[in-house]
Design a binder for this molecule. Structure first.
Ligand code: FE2
Length: 258
């Protein structure tokens, strides 16, 4: 069994709740799809937990923004990146500061795992955004209707299974192309040998599908299980509001899940 988390966005309350839930299920292996930081109030604490608890992590656009530069960010997201960078830089303890920067600077764009899942062998890619542009291309559910060619071209880059985050919208894309919400699948997608899938696991720290609960997934046998988990978003929102350089919108959207 392994769990996959993504888009934590410096939300410590959400990350703590999700890690607790994963532990309760007896799952010891956790992979992270990036965007550990950005938007939220606790970048240091979230980085430390991801470094300690996950097997590995790939690079998200907000991790890239803090370490390198923000690209195509709106004003609020850009300001949050610069604030995050300042917080990481202001750490007084050298080893802690260097450890966090090294982690961010060494994040790969993708990881691939070949593994047995139940009776099947699966080749699984782990990418933040898309198989074509690993850190910044959005694959939206509507793309299957408005831009099916795009989705088919993306599937040409997928060997079998590809886990992504980035849009903060959980669900499963098939190469027909088609898209299924977790609800429509009873929150379970079975991985089979002949079917390619791009699976978005949603966001731990900033869900955007009008459901304010944290989203993550775990794989048990050949089944991908989608999980939603309530957390204390009011506490995170209050922390954001207390920091002048973080836009209040980042707090409000946590309540609405948008
Ligand atoms: Fe994100």
């Amino acid at each position: 069994m392994f769990a996959i988390i993504s888009d934590i966005h410096s939300n410590l309350e959400a990350l703590t709740a999700v890690l607790g839930d994963i532990e309760k299920r007896g799952i010891e292996t956790i992979y992270c799809l990036g965007d550990v930081i950005g938007y939220g109030p606790d970048p240091k604490e979230c980085l430390d937990l991801v470094i300690k608890k996950t097997q590995w992590c790939v690079l998200g656009n907000h991790d890239y923004a803090a370490f390198y530069e923000p690209t195509n960010f709106n004003y609020g997201a850009e300001q949050a990146s610069f604030w995050t960078r300042d917080v990481l830089e202001a750490e007084q303890q050298n080893d802690r500061r260097n450890n966090r920067w090294s982690f961010l600077g060494e994040l790969p764009m993708r990881r691939t795992l070949k593994t047995k899942l139940g009776r099947n062998t699966a080749i699984i890619d782990f990418i933040h955004a898309s198989p074509r542009k690993p850190i910044n291309e959005y694959i939206f559910p509507d793309d299957v209707y408005t831009n099916p060619i795009k989705v088919q071209v993306l599937f040409e880059r997928v060997k079998h299974i590809c886990f992504v985050g980035h849009t903060h919208l959980p669900g499963v894309f098939l190469d027909e192309p088609d898209f299924y919400l977790p609800d429509e699948l009873g929150d379970v997608y079975p991985i089979v040998n002949k079917e390619k899938a791009i699976i978005n696991i949603g966001s731990v720290g900033q869900p955007r599908d009008k459901d304010n609960r944290s989203s993550y997934a775990y794989v048990d046998g050949n089944e991908v299980n989608f999980v939603r988990l309530a957390y204390d978003f009011e506490a995170t929102a209050e922390k954001i509001k207390a920091i002048d350089r973080l836009d209040n919108f980042h707090a409000e959207r946590l309540r609405d899940g948008r």
